[in-house]
Design a binder for this molecule. Sequence first.
Ligand SMILES: [Zn+2]
Length: 167
Amino acid sequence: MRDPAYRLILAGQDWHPPSHMSFAVNHGKDPFTPYDNDAGIGPVLWPAHCQQGSHGAEFHPDVESYRFNYIVRKGTHPEVDSYSVFKENNGADLGTASLLKALSIAELDICGLALDYCLKYSVHDALEAGFKVNVVLNATKGVEARSGDVRETLDGFAKARVELIER
Ligand SMILES: [Zn+2]
């Protein structure tokens, strides 16, 4: 892998309490059951994942997380999900755009999981905040919780003139 010598690497990390309402088990339902509420839980319920302090919340050892300058932990409120690294699903600001702008960052290469949820929402908020956005296609993958999610996401990127790149 070529090292593009990024000025700054910021990572988002799901950091859910065990009682998180995005978890199907906390509704007594099966993962991927359709669900929606005003706090941005949905459109499906997820398997329990990324619980605070657990092995499942750690970065994969191949990710070279020692290089991260910043880690934004998200989804910490039990009743609110946060797909984007910029905003919680109820619109609450996580401060990421302000931080990047304060550091004079204007262009972002975005990668990670999942293409059709956290990455898609992050790209949307990054564009809205005025950043030039590139998506690193060989460093992301969709979860396709609903059939067509990945296609729809890529179509949305094309319309928004998001550049698809490989690193
Ligand atoms: Zn999550």
